[in-house]
Design a protein around this ligand. Structure first.
Ligand code: GLU
Length: 441
């Protein structure tokens, strides 16, 4: 059975880049009728925070990305210790004592000599006595996984055939000197034991994948299918990594971005399918195919979310926005005609308030000098209330007959006088709202 997971580290709020990963894994699982696991990668006790775990769940729930179960790495430390023991017994695990400064120096030397900065495995040559001495001097060493120096190959769901020479990669550290288990081994143990069949993650993980494939094989597990999506860039192709902090899902929510707008964009951006607003998750699931995504960096422009949000809002019945309409101050008995008028004229729900203020208080009229007389005449012809959908038609017909004006010369000054704007809602739908408000005092 298809099983995928989204595996955030709870060290911050999740952003659009994380969403791309979450969504792809979610869609694969749902399309196959499989399982979607939310895995909290919290093996780092200093940086992991409970408040971020809660925030991640809230953000996923807001988007409707429901998970089938939650797993926490901090509760599975014994499993990772067992795997580490197994690797030790197999002779694939070795202790190394270099300090960060020593490693840095080695890397610099290698680079100076035009060699790739790969860990030189000096620790493999240490005798037991030398190790004891180093341990006494520096404390416990780190534990590195000894890669087999052969080519590591896989068929990537997005990148195609990949082949990496293991000799060009440093033996990965899986356990730190203080005993903290690192993500690389924890992830392998989890993916294997939880039967994960498909792993989609960012292309910054490609080298991890290569080493993880060897660790999975050493532990006797089955490799999942891997796919690495390209990294997001800004609209001009500029690196987005530094700005991702400002693209947290909660900030977008705060700015009024609607979940379907965000999902519609992120589920297709960077693929050969067009980005179109979808009406619900099932449409996104049906049309999703990981193989249609390209390896090139994907441009993301936060501004694209707003037209999609506006379009989504236009499609909604009042029932879906009752709270927002009420929050804007609109009384329940006017909610229906108000929403019919406003939904065509908003980008986000926070614009509702402005339209309601206009209905309630009226606008500062915009009247050109040459229209003053005309407006005075028109106002005199305004019928008695209450106004309805016909009022605008009857009134403007009367004004036309009395003044001889027609077309734009007739309608535009009236619109500007009533709304203070040159563009906006259908006047026929707006007028009854203005009237009711006035009649209500
Ligand atoms: N916690 C890892 C990360 O956030 C998970 C990577 C993976 O999908 O394996 O990068």
């Amino acid at each position: 059975m298809t099983t995928t997971r989204f595996a955030p580290s709870p060290t911050g709020y999740i952003h659009v880049g994380n969403l791309r990963t979450a969504l792809m894994n979610y869609l694969i699982a749902r399309k196959a009728g499989g399982t979607f696991i939310l895995r909290i990668d919290d093996t780092d006790p200093e940086r992991s925070k409970e408040e971020y775990v809660d925030a991640i769940k809230q953000d996923l729930e807001w988007l409707g990305l429901h998970w089938d179960r939650v797993e926490r790495q901090s509760e599975r430390l014994d499993r990772y210790a067992e795997a580490a023991d197994k690797l030790r017994e197999m002779g694939r695990f070795y202790e190394a004592f270099e300090t960060p400064t020593e490693l840095d120096l080695k890397r610099k030397k290698q680079l100076n000599m035009g060699k790739p900065p790969v860990y030189d495995r000096a620790a493999l040559k240490l005798s037991d006595a030398e190790k004891d001495a180093l341990r006494a001097e520096r404390g416990n060493g780190v534990w590195r996984f000894k890669l087999d120096h052969e080519r590591i190959e896989w068929n990537d769901g997005i990148l195609g055939d990949i082949s990496i020479d293991a000799a060009s990669v440093s033996d990965p550290v899986l356990i730190r000197g203080d005993g903290q288990v690192l993500y690389t081994i924890a992830s392998v143990v989890d993916d294997t034991e939880m039967g994960v069949t498909d792993v989609v993650r960012g292309s910054d993980h490609v080298t991890n994948t290569a080493t993880q494939i060897q660790i999975i094989e050493a532990l006797g597990g089955t490799c999942p299918r891997f796919a690495h999506h390209s990294l997001l860039t800004g609209p001009q192709g500029e690196a987005l990594s530094k700005r991702l902090g400002t693209l947290a899902l909660r900030d977008l929510r705060e700015q009024g971005v609607q979940p379907m707008a965000l999902l519609s964009l992120m589920a297709r951006l960077g693929s050969s399918d067009p980005v179109e607003l979808r009406s619900d998750m099932s449409e996104l699931i049906d049309g999703f195919d990981i193989n249609r995504f390209g390896a090139a960096p994907t441009k993301f422009d936060v501004q694209d979310l707003f037209p999609l949000t506006a379009k989504h809002l236009q499609s909604l019945p009042l029932a879906d926005v009752t709270d927002a309409v009420a929050d804007a101050g609109v009384p329940a008995e006017l909610a229906e005609p108000f929403w019919a008028m406003a939904r065509e004229n908003i980008t986000t729900l926070s614009d509702l308030k402005g339209w309601w203020d206009l209905c309630r208080e009226g606008a500062e009229p915009l009247i050109a000098d040459e229209d003053r007389e005309f407006i005075a005449e028109a106002v005199a012809l305004l019928p008695e209330g209450p106004f309805d959908a016909e009022t605008w038609g009857t009134w403007t017909k009367a004004v036309k007959e009395a003044t001889g004006r027609k077309g734009k010369g007739l309608f535009m000054p009236l619109r500007k006088a009533l709304t203070g704007m040159e563009r906006g809602p259908e006047m026929a739908t707006l007028l009854p709202l203005l009237q009711v408000i006035r009649a209500r005092g």
